[in-house]
Ligand binder design. Structure first.
Ligand SMILES: [Ca+2]
Ligand SMILES: [Ca+2]
Ligand SMILES: [Ca+2]
Ligand SMILES: [Ca+2]
Length: 413
């Protein structure tokens, strides 16, 4: 397969393009990705690295099309290096793994004009130089939204496809080996839309997948599936009330599963953060919601070393104005212990949170508050009580932010 990647021309063309990126109709995702301007830079995943710095992946529209970036910072959030890569169409990096000799990134690409979006899997070395990339997909669209290391080597990617399956969008699961070659591929779903946003490997070497479905009732419901190491369905279940509910993140904890997302069915009004605990057979153990009269959503959940959960998302009931980053800590029963908001007058969203080695939190997302209205990469570090230690804003456009110079890594193989 011949793959040519275009070099950045270094030209900034001042106009806006509107891209209906995820036409799945999910409001919280629209906040992230539905309307993208050419100058938008967004973070989708952050990890703490072995040197206690941070690696961030996302998309920059600084050239009028989506390109994947990697940003590496030290433990203070100061830039160490960054790389940008992509082809002539949109390329988006959504999820990242830190492996021994580099990084694995999953997302999507529009490399082949006749094939819509395809799932993209790529590996870089520890300095962000691309080692290989793979495209998976059919004539319709497919996107990868999450990936994990497989129990038996390689990676399992979760997302959706409308090229194959049981109708409209279906959950797509792809097992790839260490070199990115497909081992197996499954589509799971029913006649209407199914989308997987998050995948987690269980201690038993199975996979738990969460997203949403509109096939089983008149509106969207949280959709959780468990598959074995070969992608064979063990169980699936839906969770939700009479309005739309969906999941963005799932993690295993003690053989059970914690899920966050959004709900219109329950809570204090409009969308609220949804937190579900599910047992190993898929039975709902408890449900909680967080938020106020306006819109909230949970984007990412992680179990904590000390027990309980940290949830990052956004709220427009609280904070400084528009959406603000919403950080919620709960106990192991899902009761809120505290919450914090971050941001300023524009919309500020979190997409990923991790507990750091110092017991605090690193949060990555997108801010409109610190620029002239477009979106920039937003990195927030807090202590263990959620108090702000520092934040950083990265952008390829504005001088007052961290990154000034565009530098595109030309890829080819
Ligand atoms: Ca495709
Ligand atoms: Ca379907
Ligand atoms: Ca609300
Ligand atoms: Ca705000």
């Amino acid at each position: 397969m011949m793959i040519m990647w275009k070099k950045y021309k270094g030209i900034v063309i001042v106009f806006y393009i509107i891209i209906h990126f995820l036409s799945c109709g999910s409001n919280p995702v629209k906040r992230f990705m539905d309307v993208l301007s050419m100058s938008d830079d967004m973070a989708f995943s952050v990890l703490e690295t072995e040197d206690r710095g941070f690696i961030i992946v996302g998309v920059t529209y600084s050239e009028g099309k989506g390109d994947i970036y990697l940003i590496k910072t030290d433990s203070s959030g100061d830039l160490q290096w960054y790389e940008v890569f992509g082809g002539k169409g949109d390329d988006v990096g959504k999820s990242i793994l830190n492996i021994e000799d580099g990084y694995i990134i999953a997302g999507w690409t529009r490399f082949y004009e006749t094939r819509g979006y395809d799932i993209l899997l790529l590996k870089t070395d520890l300095q962000g130089k691309v080692m290989w990339q793979r495209n998976f997909g059919g004539r319709g669209d497919e996107m990868a939204l999450s990936l994990v290391e497989a129990a038996d080597g390689g990676y399992v990617i979760a997302g959706w496809t409308n090229s194959t399956g049981n109708g409209k969008k279906d959950v797509s699961l792809i097992k790839a080996d260490d070199n990115g070659n497909i081992v197996w591929h499954k589509t799971l779903g029913s006649d209407k839309d199914e989308v997987a946003y998050s995948i987690c490997r269980t201690e038993g070497g199975e996979y738990i997948v969460a997203g949403w479905t509109s096939s089983f009732s008149k509106n969207k419901d949280v959709y959780v599936l468990k598959v074995d190491g070969n992608g064979k369905l063990i169980w699936q279940n839906t969770y939700g009330g009479e309005k739309d509910d969906g999941a963005y993140s799932v993690k295993e904890v003690g053989g059970e599963y914690i899920v966050t997302g959004w709900t219109k069915s329950y809570g204090a009004g409009r969308d609220d953060v949804l937190l579900l605990k599910i047992d190993t057979e898929g039975n709902l153990l408890w449900r909680n919601t967080f938020g106020g009269r306006h819109n909230e959503s949970g984007a990412y959940v992680n179990p904590l070393k000390e027990g309980g959960y940290i949830i990052a998302g956004w709220t427009d009931s609280e904070g400084k104005g528009g959406d603000d980053v919403y950080l919620v800590k709960t106990n192991s029963r899902g009761d809120m212990l505290w919450y914090k908001t971050f941001g300023w007058l524009g919309n500020d969203l979190a997409s990923s949170v991790q507990q750091t080695a110092d017991g605090g939190y690193i949060i990555a997302g997108t801010t409109e508050s610190y620029s002239r209205g477009d979106r920039e990469v937003y990195l927030i570090k807090t202590d263990r009580d959620g108090n702000l230690l520092w934040h950083k804003i990265f952008s390829w456009k504005y001088e007052e932010t961290e990154i000034l110079v565009k530098r595109f890594t030309s890829l080819g193989r």
